[in-house]
Design a binder for this molecule. Structure first.
Ligand SMILES: [Zn+2]
Length: 330
C-alpha cells in the first residue's frame, strides 16, 4: 500500500516561517497566488509544498532521528527519543476470523510535542517495561493519521523500543500548550489547538457509523480496508451550531467528546442508534447552553465549509472564570 506523506498546511507554513523569517501572512499570500497561477489545479497544501520547494525549505528531514513535531502521517522508519507520559492497559479483541488479538498504547513526548504510540500482539509486552517519566528510544515506527486526524506512531515487527538508552536525555516535554481563545469570526483554516466559547443555537441528530474493532477506522458494511470482513463496532458523530455573537460555526463531536458534552456513557450513546427518537429530548435540551470547546478548524470538502472539530469540551464553563478572562484581555 502506497501511503503519501501528508503534511498539513499549517505545519508547512510554520516550517517556512521558521526557515525563512517570512510572516505567516506573507507565506499565505504566496500560497494563494500560487493557487491562482495554477488555476485550481493544486490544493492549498499542494501550493504550499511548491512554495517551500521554491524557497529551498526542506519539509522533511530524511533519515536519522526526528523531533515529534516533524513526524507526519505516512513516514516510515521513524526514530524518536522521548519521555513516557502515560501507559495504557492492553486490550484483547477478537478478529473476524475468530483469532484473538491484542492492542495497547502509550504516549511519549519530547521538547517539541507529544504523540500516541500503538502496539499490537506480542509488541504489547513492552508496555510492562514502560512507566511514566522514563526515557525511551523508538526505532522503525510508522506514522499514521488516526481517524480523528491526529498523527500517531505504530510499532511493527521491525520496530524496536529501548528503555533508558544510555547517554540519551530529553528536555522539558512540551505538553499540549494552552489553547488560544478566538472569536468564531477570527477562525481560519490553519487553526489548531484553539478554544471557542459560545451558545448552542442548533443541534442535529447523531450519525452512527461502523468502525473496525481492530484498528478503529471506519468500516463499510462490515468491511475494513485493512482487515477485511469484520464484526463492526459503532461510533458516531454529532454536530451543533455554536454562536459567540461574532459569528457561528458547526462544531463536530466524535463519540468521546459527545459523551463529555452530554455527560453520558458509551453504552448510553450507542443505545440511541437503535432508538433515535429518544435522542430528541437530549437534542432540544442542549439549545441555549453555553459551552467551551478546544479543537481545530477543518475544511469539509463535501460542503466546502469550515467546521470546528472538538478535541476537548467543557460542558459547564465557569462563568466567573470566563468573565475574569474577558476583563484580563480587555
Ligand atoms: Zn481495521
Amino acid at each position: 500500500m502506497v501511503e503519501l506523506i501528508r503534511i498539513p498546511l499549517n505545519d508547512i507554513v510554520s516550517k517556512i516561517k521558521e526557515k525563512t523569517g517570512l510572516s505567516e501572512q506573507q507565506i499565505l499570500e504566496k500560497v494563494d497566488k500560487k493557487c491562482q497561477q495554477l488555476a485550481g489545479l493544486v490544493s492549498k497544501d499542494g501550493a504550499a509544498h511548491i512554495i517551500a520547494n521554491e524557497l529551498g525549505v526542506k519539509l522533511l528531514e530524511h533519515g536519522g532521528r526526528q523531533k515529534i513535531k516533524d513526524i507526519f502521517a505516512g513516514m516510515r522508519s521513524v526514530e524518536i527519543v522521548g519521555r513516557i507520559l502515560q501507559v495504557y492497559e492492553p486490550k484483547d479483541f477478537t478478529r473476524s476470523d475468530g483469532t484473538p488479538g491484542k492492542v495497547g498504547s502509550f504516549s511519549i513526548g519530547d521538547e517539541t510535542g507529544m504523540t500516541r504510540v500503538v502496539c499490537w500482539g506480542e509488541q504489547t509486552s513492552i508496555l510492562r517495561d514502560l512507566k511514566p517519566g522514563i526515557i525511551a528510544l523508538i526505532v522503525n515506527a510508522q506514522a499514521r493519521d488516526n481517524n480523528r486526524g491526529f498523527k500517531e506512531l505504530h510499532l511493527s515487527e521491525q520496530s524496536r523500543v529501548a528503555v533508558n538508552p544510555p547517554g540519551e536525555t530529553v528536555g522539558e516535554v512540551k505538553e499540549r500548550s494552552q489553547a488560544a481563545r478566538k472569536a468564531i469570526k477570527e477562525l481560519s483554516e490553519q487553526d489548531a489547538n484553539v478554544e471557542i466559547l459560545g451558545t448552542i443555537t442548533e443541534s442535529f441528530a447523531p450519525k452512527f457509523f461502523e468502525i473496525c474493532p481492530q484498528c478503529n477506522k471506519s468500516a463499510k458494511q462490515g468491511n475494513c480496508a485493512q482487515h477485511g470482513q469484520v464484526t463492526p463496532n459503532y461510533s458516531c458523530v454529532f454536530n451543533v451550531i455554536l454562536d459567540d455573537g461574532s459569528d457561528n460555526i458547526r462544531v463536530v463531536f466524535f463519540r468521546n467528546q459527545m459523551e463529555r458534552l452530554l455527560n453520558k456513557s458509551t453504552e448510553d450513546i450507542l443505545a440511541y442508534r437503535e432508538n433515535l427518537d429518544s435522542f430528541e429530548q437530549v437534542r432540544s435540551d442542549l439549545l441555549g447552553h453555553i459551552i467551551k470547546v478546544v479543537g481545530k478548524v477543518n475544511r469539509n470538502m463535501f460542503f466546502d465549509r469550515l467546521e470546528f472539530v472538538a478535541q476537548l469540551v467543557f460542558a459547564n464553563p465557569n462563568p466567573d472564570e470566563e468573565l475574569a478572562r474577558l476583563s484580563a484581555q480587555a
